[in-house]
Structure formats: C-alpha cells, structure tokens
Design a binder for this molecule. Structure first.
Ligand code: BG6
Length: 490
C-alpha cells in the first residue's frame, strides 16, 4: 500500500487502554516500519498537559521487542518526537477545530493527509465525540476512519440507538468496531486452519464433531475495574462479543472469498442460525474471597468500585446450538470467568468416537478420554494440538493418547504481534476483515438480550465460587446435560 501522510488521534489519551495498548502498539508498528512515513500521533483528552508531559506519560509504557537489534531506544525517541498533545473537551466542536488546525499545520507539507481517530473513551460519549470530530476535524481530502471499542450498547435497544447515532456522522466504511480477540494470532489462523487444510474441513460438521468448547479464563479479578465491569457483567464483557465472534468464525461456511464483506456475510448467517441463549442453558457465578496460606484473595464484592450486594456475574457458561445442516444437534459450550485457577483462552473441538473401534475391549481404552480432540490455544503459550491415539513403541501393544503438537514458541522464532498492532494496521490499510460489521452486532445482541433481561428482571443470584478455583460446579452439570466434559486447560 502507498505510504501516505497520516494523522492518528487517540481520543481519551490519558486512559488505561491508551497507555497499555494503543501507544505501545503504535510504537511497535513504527519500530517495524509499518506506519506511513509522514505520520503524527495526537493525544486528545481533557486534562491539561504539554507535549513534553504527554511524551513522558506514554514513554513509560513503550517497550522494545526481546529480539531488538539495539536501536530501540533511538526509535523510541524518534517516535515520541512525532507525538503531540491537544487538551480539549469531548463535547466541544471548537476544541476539535483547534485540533484540526494543529493537525493541518503538521500536515502542511503534504497535499493530503488521512486521519484515523481511535475513540478510547466511555461509550456514553462515543457519539458526541464522533459528531464533533467528524464535523470539525475530518480529513479534507483523504479518508477519515474511527476505531470504536466495545461496549457497543448493553442490549438490542441501546445498541440500535448507538448505531443510529453513529450513522448520523459516519458511514459504515468509516467505522472500525474492534473486537481485539479477532486480532489474536490464533483466531486469525482459524480460517487458514479450516480452509487451507484438506484434513480438517471435511470433519468440520455434526457428522464428526461431538461438541465445541470456547473457554476464556482469567486468574485475576476485576481489580479496580469493578465500576465498569459491574454495569456489564461477564456475559456482555466477554461472551456476547469475544467468544461469540470466535464461534462465528469457527462455524461459518466457507466465504466466497477472503474479502471482508464475504467473510462477514458468512458470520452473520451462522449467528442468525444460532438458537436463542436460554436461562436454563446458562450458569452464572461470582467469585468470593478465599484465604490460602495466610493470604486473602479479595472477593468481587470486596472491590471498592463494586456496589455492595451486587449480583453481577463474573463467571458464565452457556450452551447454544446452531440450527443449520452442518451443526444441527452439536452443543457449543461457551465459558468465561474471572478469578479462576488459570489464565487461558482455548477452543476445544471434541470429535466423535471411532465407530466399531477395534481397540475398545481389548485394551480397555476409555473411549471418552481417547476421542480425538483438537485444541486451539489462543493464549498463553499459543499453539494447536490434536489429541491422537498412538501405539507406545515396543513389543507389547499399549495405546497412549498423546498430542500432535504445534506450539508456536518452539516452531516460530518471531514474537507474536499484539492484537491491537494488527488491528490498528488493518484500519490504516482499510482492511475490515477483522472488524465487526453493524449487522453482526445486531444479531449478537438479538441472541443475548432476552436472556440478559430475564436475568436482571428475575434478579438471578450467581453461584459463588472461591477466587482461584475452577468456577461454580453448576458449569459441570451444564456440560454433563449435553454429555460433555469440559476439557482441562493446559
Ligand atoms: C476485555 C475485557 O475485552 O478483554 C476484559 O473487557 C478482559 O474484562 C480482556 O480482561 C481480556 O483480554 P486479553 O487480551 O487480556 O485476553
């Protein structure tokens, strides 16, 4: 692609996401020489700061790659020189006009510069900022794109309002809705795995697959983020977006091409074929404190930012079915929780038994444990492995259920890029494959809104589980109802 001039504006520049993810990703892209030659970064937020103070603020969060050739410090200085700060109110067109002027000055040598806005701000001001920025600070002759990040509403109704309000100021092709899980290496690889290998796709159906599990587990609690979290809960925070997106990519039909619209058309179709999520197919949990070896790990309600007596779930598991010819009757189990025993995210595909397995009786092979299982380990220790049955070498006949293992760190030397790096770069390149289209979200909310309403109307109490445990036992009953055993995260 042509390296044109680009002004990047991070709105909400002093926030956590900006510091932890956006600026480090921008620097990594600069370091890798992936940004247009004439780029500048503008931080925009309410607090007063000059450029130097702003540079000091972000400098602390920039990091060098492990395999840095030694010029990282120099590159960091170069990058910071291209970072500027503009203080302004989020609802002030005048303040955005001042930003516009500043950018225009910086762009003056160029005939035309593109502008990318990253709205790293709370959802209640998305539309105000989108309005002010698009009116007062759009690119005059290049493109203007805005990256927005969830939460995209809380239910179908609030989503529709947000979406309509954004459309008043932006066209669909200007809105880049991020779901950062789609930027993770192993998720991007899902379509390669499926559609570029003969051995998987023919097995990818109800005929051979018993169940599919998508599991997200964190070994820490909300830790100060409870104020935000409590308004949403784990279903909205992780399941309705990250896990559902994974499910859609996993289960969709082969798209007509790798074009963004073709891929997203297939995702929408498969989401539409999914049944409603029902309360009877759901388990909710909330972590409580736990004392081990004299240390107390705080419960959700001990977080000062969480309202006392909150019944917001920090854990949820649910089963859903996709009612189409490929997946009819195959349970998809989604599970997400905070303050559990492990930090991991995985897709586990459990295959059916081998019909008429010759080794069944002879060797006392436990058929359930010995079924093939494909595990896509999204993080940490990214990799893919396939559980297979193998004869233990030697004169006897003993069968071992072992792994064909593709662990990334032993196979590939390169450090994996952060999801945000990939997604920001895609936005700059106008590649929307990994961004969510409005209608995908519309369907995602349709599937979850009724059950979320029911949970709230009925005041469903979550099952308490100790910090650092495997979560509520209810999740095991839910799986057992479908003849499924959750895979062990490893
Ligand atoms: C975010 C959620 O979208 O994803 C957080 O709001 C969660 O609650 C985070 O911790 C997990 O992302 P990652 O990339 O660290 O797995």
């Amino acid at each position: 692609w042509e390296k044109a001039a680009l002004s990047i504006v991070v709105v909400g520049a002093s926030g956590d996401l900006a510091k932890k993810k956006i600026f480090p990703s921008l620097f990594a892209l600069y370091y890798e020489n992936m940004l247009p030659q004439n780029f500048k970064v503008y931080g925009y937020a309410r607090s007063k700061m000059n450029d130097e103070e702003f540079r000091d603020l972000i400098a602390g969060s920039l990091t060098c790659r492990l395999n840095d050739a030694g010029d990282c410090g120099k590159k960091m200085d170069e990058f910071l020189e291209r970072c500027f700060y503009q203080a302004g109110q989020y609802a002030s067109e005048d303040d955005f006009a001042a930003l516009d002027k500043r950018m225009a000055d910086g762009e003056s040598e160029q005939s035309c510069a593109d502008r990318m806005f990253y709205l790293s701000i709370p959802p209640n001001i998305f539309t105000t900022v989108a309005a002010c920025a698009s009116k007062a600070a759009s690119s005059k002759c290049g493109w203007t794109r805005m990256i927005v990040e969830k939460p995209f509403g809380k239910d179908s109704e609030s989503f529709q309002e947000l979406s309509a309000a954004l459309y008043e100021h932006l066209r669909e092709d200007q809105i880049y809705r991020i779901d950062h899980y789609l930027g993770k290496e192993l998720i991007e690889n899902l379509t390669v795995l499926r559609f570029a290998n003969l051995v998987f796709e023919p097995l990818w159906s109800r005929q051979y697959i018993r169940n599919v599990q998508v599991i997200f587990s964190e070994n820490f609690g909300t830790e100060g983020r409870g104020g935000y979290f409590d308004q949403y809960g784990i279903v909205r925070d992780v399941i309705q977006n990250h896990l559902l997106q994974i499910l859609a990519l996993f289960a969709m039909e082969q798209p007509a091409s790798l074009d963004a619209e073709d891929i997203r058309n297939e995702k929408v179709k498969v989401l539409k074929s999914m049944g409603q999520v029902r309360l009877e197919d759901m388990v909710l949990g909330q972590y409580r404190s736990r004392t081990t070896r004299g240390t107390t790990l705080p419960g959700y309600l001990d977080d000062d930012t969480v309202p006392p007596n909150s019944i917001t779930p920090t854990f949820a598991a649910c089963s859903v079915f996709i009612n189409n010819a490929r997946w009819d009757g195959v349970p998809f189990l989604l599970k997400a929780g905070k303050a559990l025993a492990n930090k991991a995210a995985e897709i586990r595909v459990q295959f059916r038994h081998v019909p008429g397995n010759l080794y069944r009786n002879k060797l006392g092979l436990d058929l359930d444990k010995a079924t093939n299982e494909l595990v896509i380990r999204i993080q940490p220790n990214e990799g893919i492995y396939l559980k297979v049955n193998n004869k233990v070498p030697g004169l006897g006949l003993r069968i071992d259920t072992t792994r064909l293992d593709l662990t990334y760190k032993s196979k590939y030397q390169a450090t994996l890029p952060d999801a945000y790096e990939r997604l920001i770069l895609d936005c700059i390149n106008g590649d929307r494959r990994l961004f969510i289209r409005n209608d995908e979200l519309e369907v995602a909310w349709e599937k979850f809104t009724p059950v979320l309403k029911e949970i709230e109307d009925r005041g469903v109490q979550p099952e308490l589980y100790p910090y650092g445990s495997r979560g509520p036992v209810g999740a095991h009953y839910l799986a057992a109802k479908h003849g499924v055993r959750w895979g062990d995260l490893a």
